[in-house]
Ligand binder design. Sequence first.
Ligand SMILES: NC(=O)c1ccc[n+]([C@@H]2O[C@H](COP(=O)([O-])OP(=O)(O)OC[C@H]3O[C@@H](n4cnc5c(N)ncnc54)[C@H](OP(=O)(O)O)[C@@H]3O)[C@@H](O)[C@H]2O)c1
Length: 295
Amino acid sequence: MKSIEAINTDVTVIGLGQMGTTLASLLLKSGYTVTIWNRTKSKGEILIKDGAKWAENIAAAIQASDTIVICLFDYAATRDILYTEDVTASLAGKTIIQLTTGSPTDAIESEAWAQQHGAYYIDGAIQVAPEQMAKPDTTIFISGQQKTFSASKTILDVFGGNIKYLGEKISAASAMDLASLSYLYGSLLGFFHAVRISEVEGFSANLLGEVIREITPGFAEFIQYEASVIQSGTFNVTQSPLSISVEATARILRSSREYKINTELAELAASFLKRAKEAGYENEELASLIKIFRA
Ligand SMILES: NC(=O)c1ccc[n+]([C@@H]2O[C@H](COP(=O)([O-])OP(=O)(O)OC[C@H]3O[C@@H](n4cnc5c(N)ncnc54)[C@H](OP(=O)(O)O)[C@@H]3O)[C@@H](O)[C@H]2O)c1
């Protein structure tokens, strides 16, 4: 098996959707020799004009470079394309950087498959849209063997300035992706409820967006503080007693009923806080709500 230190400036990108095309384009701009392959060849035409080499089939794409970046719709597509004898025969000593978003189970299965065929493997989850790639704050979660991560870091740095290495447990990147998306969708549901309030009260969605952008850094600091309280396991009030949120969520629910807007989210939030009060956490830090989630 080839040494991991042997990674060079030849990179193959498999998958030329919105994100894969962006990854290939960034590598070309950074001076890498880039080989591309996609099920639909037409999506590679602009990249070929920009200097990318088209591989006639997937086996040729794997053979062309020591580092293989994969960015497909899902892991099922990865399995459809790569789990063939043609491909596995050429995998020994290659480094696979899997940037398709998947589940922790997908990552575990995928690493085992790569290792079985003698390849180095790291798994990643991109946290931004294609046009936000390659910025100083572009976040990509990565997990997998430290030596493979270290050898791939120069390539990963082309994709974003905040490469967040989460350790050798291969499922860590996809698990952190589940966590960040859980946070995002919770916030988005709150955002849509907020839009309904703005519509009834007659202030614009643009103004709401502006206000949320302005207050988000402060909210983020507050969330980080609550995380530190959970980490410490000591819930004495220092910032925000849970009782304030019992009242706030009850007020949101009451007003939503008066507005005659959808109340599902407001009911859920008020119900969580009411349960925390009934469990006796009213005079603890808001972070003690985690005990209701754990119950
Ligand atoms: N776009 C984003 O904003 C964003 C942000 C973060 C993470 N991601 C992740 O990046 C990955 C790629 O996203 P994308 O936006 O590039 O998706 P996309 O534009 O929908 O492209 C999907 C890619 O997968 C290929 N594909 C799908 N099913 C296939 C199959 N059965 N066999 C062979 N190829 C197949 C497509 O090939 P064809 O061209 O032939 O259809 C295409 O290359 C996803 O896992 C996504 O979650 C995307």
